[in-house]
Design a protein around this ligand. Structure first.
Ligand SMILES: Cc1ncc(COP(=O)(O)O)c(C=O)c1O
Length: 457
């Protein structure tokens, strides 16, 4: 019975007799040549590219092909983006249709934008009824900040250690500033506080459970003493993605929602990475039954086409009018077509259930890895948002960055395209993946961890 419920479309099914297929040890000669030519001019690379400089040619479903003809099983979705698989035919056709019909008409109304806002209204929880579209996660986050300031008349923002919200000034000011290149400091009025992390808790109760009340008490003290009592919003990710797939305790968001209501502070939920089906719900925050005041959606929203969204609850909709919300590309017809098609695919292919199922089976498999490999400190999964944390010592939990790099490279060489960073093995397989392909990818990671342990321990 479950077979039908979770069945994968033939298009996305990976033929494991053919994939992965490493015919030339990667990065192969053509990859190296393109990489050398490209990086003669293009210098700002992520750590993933620096550590494995492969050049990609094409993608289809859960498979990426490099310029040397190697075929990789995809555990990255680009970078948490192509959740429905690369070049899903329905999404690609929708974009192509508007690429031939109407590419841009500023923020004038179009039938396709009308259909998209009505779809959002239908699938999002509660009274999230006001929408505005942008072309990157960080511009959506900036608009979210502006709308909260307009709605409340207040200025200050509270955000959390190790959350990530993008790379423009407001978004950077919400996150961990690592480089003075972003400016001399975070923008005035931005404050950061810790959030509960079950693996590295700050406050525990006598029974060993994480003490979420202590975190809320701390926020109250902090807001009282360290702000000028002009707080507009509390901004956070539902699950920390960049920070390492860190899950909140189940009682955290309901308590935070209550606290924000009591203090008349808006709650902004940055779902750019975790939203749009990746964790098995349209919004990850739905796992805890909480409706935020402001939500940002990105990455998987257009399955690769750059389109993002700010959604607000009904009482704050009019505030969009006072923030000069339009932009050159926000809500262009191709973007709206991509996002609408992605919503339809999620519904038609029952992908919320599939993502949930994949997360459950992955977690069991990763728990076996934890039992077998001493360097695996913790494993986490909610839907297709997955993570493994490597440590030098389970007692001290000291991050094992060197191991992370080797595991990343070892698994990539075997044909797994993925996105670890340092000691955090981050995984974001497309939510259309079939069970066997998921297990294959996890087997490759398991083997790579084993090889790394032999090399380093
Ligand atoms: C939670 C979150 N918010 C915002 C962003 C910024 O998105 P973009 O890179 O599209 O600007 C990211 C990017 O990784 C993210 O993970």
């Amino acid at each position: 019975m479950q077979e039908t419920k979770f069945s994968t479309s033939e298009w996305a099914k990976v033929d494991l007799t053919q994939i992965p297929s490493v015919i030339t040890p990667p990065p192969g000669p053509k990859s190296r040549e393109y990489h050398a030519r490209c990086t003669a001019h293009f210098k700002g690379l992520s750590s993933q590219v620096k550590l494995f400089p492969v050049a990609f040619e094409s993608g289809e479903g859960c498979v990426l092909t490099d310029v040397d003809g190697n075929k990789y099983l995809d555990f990255s979705s680009g970078i948490y983006v192509a959740g429905l698989g690369h070049c899903h035919p329905k999404v690609s056709e929708a974009v192509a249709k508007y690429a031939n019909k109407l590419m841009n008409c500023h923020d004038f109304t179009t039938p396709i934008k009308t259909a998209l806002v009505e779809k959002l209204d239908a699938v999002l929880p509660g009274d999230l009824k006001g929408f505005q579209f942008y072309d990157s996660g960080t511009t959506a986050v900036e608009a979210g900040l502006r709308v909260m300031r307009a709605a409340t008349g207040h200025q200050e923002m509270i955000s959390c250690f190790y959350d990530f919200h993008g790379k423009t000034y407001g978004s950077v000011s919400l996150g961990q500033i690592r480089s003075s290149a972003y400016g001399p400091a975070r923008a005035p009025g931005f404050h950061m506080v810790p959030r509960p992390d079950a693996y590295r808790p700050m406050w525990l109760k006598d029974d060993g459970a994480i003490d979420t009340d202590k975190y809320i008490e701390f926020y109250d003290t902090y807001i009282d003493r360290a702000t000028v009592h002009d707080v507009a919003g509390f901004v956070l990710e539902p699950i920390q993605g960049w920070g390492g797939t860190i899950m909140p305790p189940d009682d955290f968001f309901p308590k935070l929602r209550r606290y924000c209501d009591e203090k008349h502070i808006l709650l902004m939920d940055d779902e750019v990475l975790a939203g749009w089906g990746r964790t098995g719900k349209w919004l990850c925050m739905e796992h805890w039954g909480v409706v935020p005041d402001v939500v940002t959606i990105g990455k998987g929203f257009g399955n690769g086409f750059p389109v993002t969204c700010v959604a607000v609850r009904e009482p704050y909709m009019e505030s969009f009018q006072s923030i000069s919300a339009s932009s050159s590309y926000g809500g262009n017809p191709m973007a709206c077509a991509a996002a609408l098609a992605s919503a339809e695919v999620i519904e038609e292919e029952n992908l919320l259930a599939r993502a949930t199922h994949l997360g459950e089976i992955a977690l069991k498999r990763m728990e076996r890895m934890k039992a077998e490999h001493p360097i695996v400190g913790d494993v986490r999964a909610k839907g297709c948002l997955m993570g493994i944390e490597l440590v030098k010592d389970r007692a001290t939990k000291e991050p094992f960055d060197e191991a992370g790099k080797l595991v990343y490279q070892n698994a990539f060489r075997k044909g797994l395209a993925w996105i670890p960073a340092g000691h955090l093995l981050r995984m974001s397989p497309p939510i259309v993946m079939d069970d066997e392909a998921l297990f294959k990818g996890l087997d490759l990671i398991d083997e790579a961890i084993g090889e790394t342990e032999k090399e380093l321990c």
